[in-house]
Unconditional design. Structure first.
Length: 318
């Protein structure tokens, strides 16, 4: 142990002397060198070279143990690598060094959010908003966290504030629409999806969710139009085909419904509901063997005893 310690100290001394020599040779101050390492870290991070960026931020920290931004940016690099615990440690240190800087709390809140620790994320967004009441993304992210834990009214209040601060906030309209839909306020949800689509005409999920809202209020033609757009923008979305198929099914257009269920199953062979609903279509069309095959397949894809029994009853009726 003593030999190892002496060797470590010797290496440290060499490093210190080397840094001093570099500083004396270039005429740079220690702080200028710290900033240089920091900027190198930023450059490497922008290039997606996160491990290299971490090395540069670490060099800056070694020279200035109270450089809060170096901890923050190293935390971001760790987060980009999925090393969330290390990211949190760095954000903790950044906050300890500068407890009045909103972004440090915001960044840590995002990590807690990604880890599913929504209550802790909300606490950090609270601090972000306390320090920077005009930061629309803090309201938006807190609203998203409230939505996930089922506090929908609080979520809407935060989306309202995010939109007030940034009237072009597409995601805030979209997620407020989702929250209204969750509350059964479908007309209001559709208005928000309208705004999201106005701001981003290529937003496939906004068309899809607006289509679902239209379908729930029996505006089937408008629902199909939106599903068409969602599929045009994202031809690999099995759910869009599935729900357009359901809408055609509701309209009695069984051939088109079956075609959409075919595509949904092609894209997601484990989409149990698509087999069941295609089975119902085949039953309506008198295609007994095909219907039985789909109902049997459905029973292998669900563990719900009630749904399995429902499929078996359909088979018995054929």
């Amino acid at each position: 142990m003593k030999h190892t310690m002496k060797r470590f100290l010797g290496i440290s001394l060499v490093l210190i002397l080397l840094v001093i020599a570099i500083l004396m040779g270039c005429g740079c101050s220690t702080q200028e060198t710290v900033e240089w390492y920091f900027e190198q870290g930023n450059k490497l991070s922008d290039e997606g070279r996160y491990n290299d960026a971490i090395e540069e931020y670490t060099k800056a920290i070694r020279l200035d143990l109270e450089y809060a931004w170096a901890y923050n940016n190293r935390g971001i690099a760790y987060a980009d690598l999925g090393q969330y615990e290390r990211a949190i440690e760095d954000y903790d240190e950044a906050i300890r060094l500068d407890p009045e800087y909103a972004w440090f709390y915001y960044n840590r809140g995002n990590i807690y959010y990604d880890l599913g620790q929504y209550e802790r994320a909300i606490e950090d967004y609270d601090d972000t908003i306390r320090l920077d009441p005009e930061y629309s993304w803090a309201y938006y992210n807190r609203g998203s966290a409230y939505t996930i834990i089922g506090q929908l009214e609080q979520a809407i209040e935060d989306y309202d504030e995010a939109i007030r601060l940034d009237p072009e906030h597409t995601l805030a309209y979209y997620n407020r629409g989702n929250t209204y839909a969750g509350l059964g306020q479908l007309e209001q949800a559709i208005k928000d999806y309208d705004e999201a689509i106005r701001l981003d005409p290529e937003y496939a999920k906004a068309y899809y969710n607006r289509g679902s809202a239209y379908a729930k209020i029996d505006q089937y033609e408008r629902a199909i139009e939106d599903y068409d757009q969602a599929i045009r923008l994202n031809p690999e979305d099995a759910e869009a085909y599935y729900n357009r198929g359901n809408t055609y099914n509701d309209l009695g257009q069984y051939e088109r419904a079956a075609e959409d269920y075919d595509d949904a199953i092609r894209l997601d062979p484990k989409l149990a509901e698509a087999y069941y609903n295609r089975g119902l279509v085949y039953k309506e069309q008198g295609k007994k063997a095909e219907a039985i095959a789909d109902f049997e397949k459905f029973t292998t894809l669900t563990d719900n005893p009630q749904l399995i029994e429902m499929a078996r009853q359909q088979i018995e009726e054929l």
